[in-house]
Design a protein around this ligand. Structure first.
Ligand SMILES: NC(=O)c1ccc[n+]([C@@H]2O[C@H](COP(=O)([O-])OP(=O)(O)OC[C@H]3O[C@@H](n4cnc5c(N)ncnc54)[C@H](O)[C@@H]3O)[C@@H](O)[C@H]2O)c1
Length: 311
């Protein structure tokens, strides 16, 4: 099987490339390296057939690049992935996340791709007041341009399926964490805490620490994307999270324990736009993708700390 992974040099994308290579796929990564790094693909390039095309998904040549590779599946993860950047520059966010997705869909349609698997976001779509854990059926109430762009992109995917018969699956992860995450990214709190505490400094919690998030391990998320390539249950969105709320204070304590860093955080005022609680109900993914969040948070944190220690 042949796959194009847009954003394949990024945090989640590179773990998906690792998985595809382990399963014997040939992979073409399309990435402009805006936040991705070729280092992330080091082991995949050693062990399997991975080509990297450094290209913006908005580039005119995208359809030609897709046409030459003849992929069975496209995994579209390239994105402006920061909620705060979307607040300060909503036009840029829409250009990459909406127009970029249309560009990927056009290139996929023209080159006869069988299916597009798209990275949306569970947390950014559910707004304040959503039932917790949140199901896919919950009416989306995004409070950031990033959330609106992901919602719009999903509508384009559905339209391409209705109009052109291009299959799609939407994976909507919760807060993803694990090796290779950079501290600035969406849900990058684990990376920030690990890096800061490992350096022997206390990290900052914005708010009183009682706010909750659903932390899902990156290899489990890559597994959900992989399963989406084969499922018969297409044309759907699957939330991918643990369903468990972890408070930021609790996360801090877990990371302090795993790193041996300072046990007491610094507290600062909450950031505007931060939601109080977030967790996703992944029972649709359990049924439709035969997926489960295999990695407990304690194990995932330990693995992440091991990775950062190796440098
Ligand atoms: N990390 C999370 O917690 C999380 C949660 C929900 C959804 N997501 C989504 O998952 C996907 C991957 O996120 P990530 O955390 O790995 O972020 P990331 O920033 O590490 O990865 C994004 C990749 O896309 C590339 N890219 C950005 N703009 C591009 C463009 N115009 N053309 C080509 N490549 C471009 C970047 O260089 C990078 O390699 C994104 O779509 C993101 O919105 C992430």
């Amino acid at each position: 099987m042949r796959a194009i992974v847009t954003g394949g040099a990024g945090f989640i994308g590179s773990h998906l490339v690792d998985r595809l290579i382990n399963e014997g796929w040939e992979v073409l990564v399309v990435d402009n390296l805006a936040s991705g790094h070729l280092d992330n693909l080091k082991s995949a390039r050693e062990f399997g057939k991975v080509k990297v095309h450094t290209l913006d998904i908005l580039d005119r040549d995208l359809a030609e690049v897709f046409g030459r590779f003849r992929a069975d599946r496209v995994f579209h993860l390239a994105a402006q992935a920061s909620v705060s950047t979307s607040m300060t520059d909503p036009m840029f966010d829409a250009r990459v996340n909406v127009l970029g997705t249309i560009s990927v869909l056009e290139a996929s349609r023209k080159s006869g791709v069988g299916r597009v698997v798209f990275a949306s976001s569970g947390g950014a779509l559910a707004g304040p007041g959503s039932a917790i854990p949140t199901k896919e059926t919950q009416k989306a109430r995004p409070i950031s341009p990033y959330g609106v762009a992901k919602l719009a992109a999903s509508e384009y995917l559905a339209m391409y399926e209705r109009t052109y018969g291009l299959d799609h699956v939407v994976i909507a992860p919760a807060n993803v964490y694990g090796p290779r995450q950079r501290a600035h990214a969406e849900g990058g709190v684990v990376a920030i805490f690990v890096e800061t505490l490992m350096a022997g400094r206390a990290a900052t919690i914005f708010g009183d620490g009682s706010q909750t998030r659903d932390f899902v391990y990156v290899a489990d998320v890559a597994d959900a994307f992989y399963r989406a390539a084969f499922t018969k249950n297409v044309g759907r969105t699957y939330n991918v999270g643990t369903g468990t709320e972890t408070t930021i204070s609790n996360l801090y304590a877990l990371i302090a324990q795993a790193t041996g860093g300072p046990a007491k955080p610094i507290f600062e005022a909450a950031k505007p736009g931060d939601i109080e609680r977030s967790a996703l109900d992944a029972s649709a993914a359990v049924r439709g993708l035969d997926w489960a969040p295999w990695t407990a948070v304690v194990e995932g944190i330990a693995e992440t700390v091991r990775h950062y220690r190796k440098g």
